[in-house]
Design a protein around this ligand. Structure first.
Ligand SMILES: *[C@@H]1O[C@H](CO)[C@@H](O)[C@H](O)[C@H]1NC(C)=O
Ligand SMILES: *[C@@H]1O[C@H](CO)[C@@H](O)[C@H](O)[C@H]1NC(C)=O
Ligand SMILES: *[C@@H]1O[C@H](CO)[C@@H](O)[C@H](O)[C@H]1NC(C)=O
Ligand SMILES: *[C@@H]1O[C@H](CO)[C@@H](O)[C@H](O)[C@H]1NC(C)=O
Ligand SMILES: *[C@@H]1O[C@H](CO)[C@@H](O)[C@H](O)[C@H]1NC(C)=O
Ligand SMILES: *[C@@H]1O[C@H](CO)[C@@H](O)[C@H](O)[C@H]1NC(C)=O
Ligand SMILES: *[C@@H]1O[C@H](CO)[C@@H](O)[C@H](O)[C@H]1NC(C)=O
Length: 229
């Protein structure tokens, strides 16, 4: 009976872990979100959505943002944020967003957050039904992130959460990052880079233009599973 019970618990445990895919035990101080700037988007708005200040945004985009009063359009900028281990289940960060009239979860994901997240993924962390979003209320906007992977390389410890866009391929994403396709592929083994949507993770540069190396064991998949709480 005891054995049966243990067996059942093991099976349900394995089932649960396969559902959540990767389990984390810690995050990292910094990740970057790749934000595609549509015309008319102001840096002040982006800084509000991403809960960071304008000088911090400019710092990570010295080549793209030369004048903070006129943000170029149709370019990607990298936005810094902390990458946390959320509920011990996945790496992400919960941004605070204040609802405005006409906001919907899809609009918040696709327009204000430039597809760094999805409507479903926003809704998952909020009590509000999609049809009943109260003006001015604060909601949680969760954006996934990565801290690297020591099984792949210790040379990269800062990662960009990068929403794919239509017309892109593994090669175009890799050459934009000036990194090899093999390297980018190794961090995103199951992704179809031509699918036109969804997130990939690519090594990113710090504010000095360098690739920071992986800090020992930061953000790795969290085995052993019975961590000391
Ligand atoms: C902007 O944010 C950075 C990082 O959080 C902080 O170090 C800096 O002091 C802030 N600057 C201003 C002007 O608030
Ligand atoms: C986000 O995705 C939607 C649907 O694919 C697309 O229409 C929109 O242009 C994308 N937004 C950005 C900022 O890339
Ligand atoms: C974020 O990661 C979780 C866990 O891997 C996944 O289930 C979810 O779909 C991801 N969200 C987005 C918007 O990619
Ligand atoms: C946002 O997340 C926090 C922490 O999980 C939760 O207490 C709060 O109710 C959430 N906010 C909404 C609007 O659901
Ligand atoms: C691209 O990477 C190569 C080495 O891998 C380097 O020599 C070159 O300067 C880089 N180009 C840019 C624009 O960073
Ligand atoms: C990848 O996505 C594109 C666009 O949806 C599709 O045409 C292509 O067949 C997909 N490739 C694979 C290998 O599934
Ligand atoms: C790290 O990379 C290894 C080998 O490619 C893979 O099996 C593992 O799932 C990766 N871990 C994470 C957290 O992505």
């Amino acid at each position: 009976m005891l054995e049966l019970n243990l067996g059942f618990r093991l099976v349900s445990f394995l089932f649960f872990t396969s559902l959540v895919q990767s389990i984390c035990n810690r995050g990292c101080d910094l990740a970057l979100g790749s934000y595609y700037v549509e015309p008319g988007t102001e840096i002040a708005s982006i800084s509000r959505y991403m809960n960071t200040n304008i000088s911090n945004i400019v710092r990570y985009n010295p080549d793209t943002i030369t004048n903070q009063d006129s943000l170029p359009s149709f370019v990607r900028i990298n936005l810094p944020f902390p990458c946390d281990c959320l509920n011990g289940e996945f790496l992400g960060h919960v941004f605070n967003y204040q609802l405005r009239s006409q906001d919907t979860y899809p609009k918040i994901a696709q327009v204000w957050y430039a597809n760094l997240t999805t409507a479903d993924w926003i809704q998952r962390f909020n009590v509000y039904e999609p049809s009943l979003l109260p003006d001015n209320a604060n909601i949680n906007v969760t954006v996934n992130c990565s801290c690297g992977n020591s099984s792949i390389s210790n040379d990269y410890g800062l990662f960009v959460t990068y929403p794919l866009r239509p017309g892109k391929t593994l090669d175009s994403v890799s050459s934009a990052a000036n990194l090899s396709s093999d390297l980018i592929r190794s961090y995103n083994p199951d992704v179809n880079f031509s699918q036109g949507s969804g997130l990939v993770y690519i090594p990113g540069r710090d504010e000095n233009g360098n690739y920071p190396p992986l800090k020992t064991s930061s953000g790795d998949a969290a085995f052993p599973l019975h961590s000391t709480k």
